[in-house]
Design a protein around this ligand. Structure first.
Ligand code: NAD
Length: 524
């Protein structure tokens, strides 16, 4: 059965009063608020305040004041907040999923899975943070008489800029290690999807995070960006490659660090011994999960001649049968795109490909009968590099099938892109799959999975290479990037340099032979 948007009832938790209470935290002296709408119907959910440069300056000042006390709070006490938060986040996952769904239009399963990310990040860093942040005593240049200690200091105020595709995960998860490390955070979510991260901040405060420490400002990127970056001590950005370059440039001019998690044009390589049923199921998620709006999702599939028809027939049949519609229950397998504007962009990629000779094997059209921003799961053949979707990230439910003759050709085709975020290799022979994976120019490679294994492995850094980013989240560096190192050195007695009246030549000989001795004794 196909529901029309008019038959939809918004989730009970998303009352007008609750939404108004959430946005009340956003400073907004701008006269014109943003109309935050329900994606499935286009109806107004709440008016979102828009922050002016003065509001942003004030948010950073408030965060900076709160940060000093927070940084002086013992790490055990800081981490206790996140132990409590973990429980609160898990207990309220359904409400979070309601907010994610109304503001992003994704299907229920993706929304509920997204709610798991911040607790997983908390859980990981609750195990690692104290060790990572503890001072590390290193030897000094002169044994016994000198020491050098590596001390991790918080950067100060970290600015987090988040996209709309995983608003709760990118808005909150990247803030967690920054806060644990003793920083304050100012978050700028996307206007379309500010509700779920606002609720995340509320839950962190319920868990005991000091008020004022986690600020949020809202506005269109180019309006907010300059003031925002100019007041931050570090910027954690997730979004498109084009915006990432703007952010990186400004951060560079201000001599502050930044981590840029950007777009992808991610390939999937199917090897000739792949389990076809699992591969097709994987490809369905890879291409159409989150309506194709996952930075690590698959837009290019490379198949050996020997398996091409078998895969294509099964994949197209499965894609045609997908349950695509608007609902707040677990029925639909695919939901809406995030906005009408984005749907038009996705359509323009498909139209361009068709105009230049690509074949549509299924889908290819908007579905206004399902909701204003719905687009069909679309599989293309004959996509070339003169087409928009042949080179640029489409970020929608659109995937192209390609044939390859040799492994070398498959690897070359997969690497023939400016991006390098994620790749997926499918095959039964693990050694062969590994060998292919190691040759791919990609920050993440999943064997016999699309993305979840790499992304959920919170102990390993995850980031993009080439135009897909700079730096990484997760792993030790996902927390340490929010710190500066202070090298605290102590000299117990002055022994370096010539003694008063010492013949300089004797001093040089003594120094050089000591260096040789120390090398031999493996002291330095
Ligand atoms: P976007 O770059 O348009 O916007 C991302 C965020 O940056 C939004 O909050 C936006 O308001 C803000 N922004 C835009 N211009 C700005 C400016 N000049 N200064 C400061 N902030 C600015 O990206 P999007 O369309 O919202 O998100 C989709 C993109 O994000 C895709 O390319 C996707 O691949 C990428 N993404 C990457 C990852 C990753 O981890 N690598 C994860 C999710 C999404």
């Amino acid at each position: 059965m196909t529901l029309t948007p008019l038959q939809l009832t918004r989730p009970a938790s998303t009352t007008d009063a609750f939404l108004r209470q959430l946005v009340a935290r956003v400073p907004g002296s701008s006269a014109a608020p943003w109309r935050l709408t329900e994606v499935y119907t286009g109806e107004l959910l709440v008016e979102l305040p828009q922050s002016t440069p003065a509001d942003i300056e004030q948010a950073f000042a408030t965060a900076r004041a709160a940060q000093r006390t927070w940084a002086a709070t013992p790490i055990k006490q800081r981490l206790a907040v996140f132990k409590r938060a973990h429980t609160i986040f898990v207990d309220n996952a359904r409400t979070v999923a309601d907010l994610i769904q109304v503001e992003s239009g994704k299907n229920r399963q993706m929304a509920i899975e997204e709610t798991c990310d911040p607790p997983m990040v908390m859980s990981h860093y609750l195990k690692r943070a104290a060790k990572l942040l503890a001072p590390v005593r290193r030897g000094g240049p002169v044994p016994m008489l000198t020491t050098s200690t590596e001390i991790r200091q918080p950067k100060g105020v970290v600015g987090v800029i988040a996209p709309w595709n995983f608003p709760f995960a990118t808005g909150i998860s990247d803030a967690v290690p920054a806060l644990m490390a003793g920083n304050a955070v100012v978050l700028k979510p996307d206007n379309k999807t500010a509700l779920s991260p606002l609720y995340g901040i509320q839950m962190l405060e319920e868990a005991g995070l000091p008020k004022g420490l986690f600020q949020v400002v809202c506005g269109e990127g180019p309006d907010v960006g300059p003031t925002f970056i100019d007041h931050a001590d570090y910027v954690m950005f997730t979004g498109s490659t084009a915006t990432g370059k703007v952010i990186g440039e400004r951060a560079g001019r201000n001599l502050i660090g930044c981590c840029l998690e950007l777009g992808g044009k991610n390939p999937m390589i199917v090897l000739d011994d792949a389990d076809m049923a699992e591969t097709v199921a994987g490809a369905i998620f890879g291409a159409f999960g989150n309506t194709g709006q996952i930075c690590m999702h698959i837009e290019r599939i490379y198949l050996p001649e020997s398996r091409y028809d078998e895969f294509r027939n099964a994949f197209v049949a499965r894609a045609r049968a997908l349950d695509v519609r608007a609902a707040y229950d677990f029925g639909p397998e695919m939901g809406s795109l995030v906005s009408v504007d984005h749907m038009r962009r996705v359509k323009s990629h498909v139209d361009d490909a068709v105009a230049k000779g690509a074949t549509v094997l299924c889908g290819g059209k908007p579905r206004p009968d399902l909701g204003p921003a719905f687009f069909e799961p679309t599989i293309l053949e004959g996509v070339t590099k003169d087409m928009l979707c042949g080179v640029t990230e489409t970020f929608g439910p659109v995937v192209a099938l390609h044939r390859y003759r040799t492994i070398d050709e498959a690897v070359a085709l997969a690497n023939d892109t400016d991006y390098g975020l994620n790749a997926s290799v499918w095959g039964r022979d693990m050694a062969a799959a590994h060998a292919v994976a190691r040759r791919l120019e990609s920050g993440n490679v999943n064997i016999n999975d699309i993305l979840a294994t790499a992304y959920a492995a919170k102990g390993t850094p995850s980031g993009g290479v080439k135009n897909s980013g700079v730096g990484a989240r997760h792993g030790d560096q996902g927390l340490l990037k929010y710190t500066d190192v202070q090298n605290l050195a102590v000299l117990k007695k002055q022994v370096m340099g010539p003694r008063p009246g010492q013949d300089p030549e004797k001093y040089v000989v003594g120094m050089l032979s000591t260096m040789k001795l120390m090398r031999k004794l493996r002291i330095r």
